[in-house]
Design a protein around this ligand. Structure first.
Ligand code: MG
Length: 268
């Protein structure tokens, strides 16, 4: 663990957290636009990785273009898009039972995933997502499939709560908590800190671990994701993590620096 150095210039694939790292709400941080321009000029790629599964890639593209950050459809990996890429790679052509919203299921189907919401023959895996349309009967069927058929248990993201106007509501991790209590096993969470998003980004765009770096403001999700993926990491102090946390964290980053402008200064 050391202060950020110009070694970071050898990186080609920059995987960045969003809130607290490059922006807050709809405002980009000082240095974000310069950073993005420098990465492009160096022939690299930046991808924003987020556990949020309630916004689509198109929502993010619109939001970032409004902030003046050049992005396209390939610039984001949300818990939803990572799940789609993961299923295509590991469960191609397989039938997936999904506990999730109608719009989430529609997005999977639109991307060629075979999905069922019913008890039927030939189901290959069970997938749980943030589900604002959750019913008790969906929970019962999810448990039944996991217990009777011992199917692989997948979930989009481990976040326990999701921020809303009045505070928080249960997110995917809390829904999974109810199921875990019943079936006595944990899902494979596709969101951070699992390495899946970083693995999928490297495989999809053809970059090696040495060429890749994960940048974020949270040690136990962003930095842990990079550590799990076996790539270098940079923590910034514009969000949740503080310099003092480095002394005690289980997830020490490769580098630390104040903010995204410091990273720009190192790669420019
Ligand atoms: Mg963050």
């Amino acid at each position: 663990m050391e202060r950020l150095k110009s070694d970071i210039r050898s990186k080609k694939l920059f995987l960045l957290d969003i809130d607290g790292t490059v922006s807050f709400d709809a405002t980009p941080f000082d240095g974000t636009l310069d950073f993005c321009e420098a990465v492009r000029k160096n022939g690299g790629k930046y991808i924003f990785i987020t556990n949020n599964s309630t916004k689509s890639n198109k929502d993010y593209v619109d939001k970032f273009l409004k902030m003046g950050i050049p992005v396209d459809n390939t610039s984001f990996l949300t818990a939803t898009s990572a799940t789609i890429l993961y299923l295509k790679e590991k469960y191609a052509g397989k039938l997936i039972y999904v506990c999730g919203t109608k719009s989430f299921i529609a997005e999977l189907v639109a991307n060629g995933i075979r999905v069922t919401e019913k008890e039927e023959e030939g189901i290959d895996a069970v997938l749980v997502a943030y589900d604002s349309e959750l019913t008790y009967s969906k929970l019962v069927l999810t448990c039944k499939l996991l217990l009777e058929r011992n199917l692989p248990f997948l979930a989009t993201n481990p976040d326990l709560v999701c921020p809303v106007g009045f505070g928080y509501v249960p997110d995917c991790g809390s829904i999974c908590g109810m199921i875990v209590n019943a079936v006595k096993r944990e899902p494979v969470y596709i969101g951070k800190p699992n390495s899946v998003m970083a693995d999928v980004a490297m495989a999809t765009f053809g970059y090696s671990k040495d060429e890749t770096v994960v940048i974020g403001d949270r040690l136990y999700t962003d930095i842990a994701c990079g550590i799990n993926a076996g790539v270098d990491t940079v923590v910034v102090f514009t969000g949740e993590a503080k310099y003092e946390d480095l002394a005690t964290t289980e997830f020490p980053p490769t580098y630390y620096c104040e903010n995204i402008r410091d990273i720009y200064n190192a790669i420019k």
